[in-house]
Design a protein around this ligand. Structure first.
Ligand SMILES: *Cc1c(COP(=O)(O)O)cnc(C)c1O
Length: 387
């Protein structure tokens, strides 16, 4: 059985985790800040806040930006539900901007059109969440320019994209956004088991997110309000926060994984290059790459072009599963989930996203995939398409 994605854990990773297990701190020790520093330095950001998932990072990012009831958050429909749910957690309303059919990312032209309409209706979004689908960065310069014009904040959902570059610079450097979020779930580029991080160059946003990560509490004496001198106040709560903390055990795995990030991405890109070459000529579209982009290739989605084959997406999906190739679909448009349909979203809301969903299949892509396994995947796709 060949999965669509999987983690790559080395002996060094295991030793790093074991060392924390034998140390004084399992959580809130020295390793979480070290992991934050390593990721911030790699990406060229000034602040990083590690949390227990990207979902948590998206939530506290939106809260730090002041998203709340009466506000709107916009994102792409082709993403994991967490990119939209974070708006609902804050009591805001969520809307979707259709994708660019070349990159499958949120389309800046459609964003602009929708912003002009929203301005007329007095319903401009407070936060826009572009998602770097599969690790290919969105057109951030264009989205940022619209943010300046229409006054929204930007949270990059870079769950797929640590190690990717936009215009030659690392995703996460914050040139074109307020906050960038990474995921360290095992199928993503690097892993901490579960985990996420929010990067920003704004000290006040970092401070706010740090507090929200741990109950809204601070133990920093300089930040605390004066209290009677004969009472003990070694912490004070200022916000309604959460327990979204990452453990030192997870962070140790993260620090160790970071030493191989470049290698992981290079390996993914080699696998992509072989797919590009060997799948050409089949009735499918391989992922087109924008010249501004250096993708981390979290996923490798093929778009089936089955018009002249008599086949449907589901048959190809099932044929590959039967051959032990555990392909997946990324993603069902978020607004077509029953929970979102209950809010009134209907089919055909974002036609390009729906066309994509009905043709896409994510084929195996992970750094430890062998040449022989990749040959098996390619052969199974050829067979499933009857060529
Ligand atoms: C995986 C993922 C998330 C959520 O990540 P967790 O770390 O599992 O919470 C959010 N957005 C996107 C696009 C993802 O792929």
């Amino acid at each position: 059985m060949i999965p669509y994605g999987r983690q790559s854990v080395s002996e060094e990773d295991i030793e790093a985790v074991a060392a924390v297990l034998q140390s004084d701190y399992l959580t809130q020790g020295p390793v979480v800040p070290r992991f934050e520093q390593v990721v911030a330095a790699y990406c060229g950001a000034t602040h990083a806040v590690a949390v227990n998932s990207a979902t948590s990072a998206l939530h506290i990012a939106c809260l730090a930006l002041g998203l709340g009831p009466g506000d709107w958050l916009w994102t792409s429909p082709i993403t994991f539900v967490a990119s939209a749910n974070c708006g609902l957690y804050c009591g805001a309303q969520v809307d979707f901007v259709d994708i660019d059919p070349r990159t499958y990312n949120l389309c800046p032209q459609k964003l602009e059109t929708k912003l002009i309409e929203a301005e007329r209706a007095g319903k401009l979004p407070k936060v826009v969440v572009p998602v770097h689908l599969c690790g290919q960065p969105c057109d951030m310069a264009a989205i940022y320019a619209l943010g300046q014009k229409f006054g929204f904040k930007i949270v990059e959902d870079a769950s797929h994209a640590i190690g990717a570059k936009y215009q030659g610079e690392p995703v996460g450097d914050g040139r074109y956004s307020d906050i960038t979020v990474f995921s360290f779930h095992p199928v993503k580029i690097i892993t901490t088991g579960e985990g996420g991080m929010a990067l920003t160059n704004h000290p006040e946003l970092a401070l706010r997110m740090r507090q929200l990560r741990s109950h809204g509490i601070t133990s920093d004496l300089s930040k605390m309000l004066a209290r009677p001198a004969d009472e003990i106040w070694n912490y004070q709560q200022f916000d309604l926060g959460f327990n979204y903390r990452m453990t030192d055990i997870q962070a140790a795995l993260g620090v160790s994984q970071m030493t191989r990030l470049t290698e992981f991405v290079e390996k993914r890109r080699m696998i992509a290059a072989r797919y590009d070459a060997e799948l050409a000529g089949l009735p499918l579209q391989t992922p087109w790459q924008h010249p501004h982009s250096y993708s981390s290739y979290h996923l490798y989605p093929i778009l089936l072009k089955l018009d002249n084959t008599g086949l449907c997406q589901r048959q190809v999906y099932e044929a590959l599963h039967a051959a032990g190739i555990m392909v997946n679909v990324h993603y069902i448009p978020v607004y077509r989930q029953p929970y979102y349909e209950r809010m009134g979203f209907r089919e055909r809301y974002c036609p390009k996203a729906e066309q994509y969903h009905k043709a896409t299949i994510s084929i195996p892509m992970y750094p430890s995939m062998t040449d022989a396994q990749q040959s098996q995947v390619i052969a199974a796709i050829e067979k499933a398409l009857w060529v």
